[in-house]
Design a protein around this ligand. Structure first.
Ligand SMILES: [Zn+2]
Length: 71
């Protein structure tokens, strides 16, 4: 679980828009032109542009559980 304090300062590294905490596993960029999605692994947000790029075309409800992913 990420703290409210941490969530309040996180922004998308690609476009600097705020992100939405989703299923306690993902951070979704709120910018509709960006749509990058950043996985959270062991409570550590992976805020890398190249990671966000992988999920741009994936709908939020289709995102996998992040404990299934390898980094
Ligand atoms: Zn973005």
């Amino acid at each position: 679980m990420l703290s409210e304090e941490l969530l309040s300062i996180l922004v998308c590294p690609a476009c600097k828009t705020k992100v939405t905490y989703f299923r306690q596993q993902w951070l979704l960029c709120d910018n509709p032109d960006c749509r990058r999605k950043y996985p959270i692994k062991d409570d550590i947000p992976i805020m890398l542009i190249e990671e966000g790029d992988k999920w741009r075309e994936t709908a939020p409800e289709s995102l996998p559980d992040t404990d299934q992913l390898r980094f």
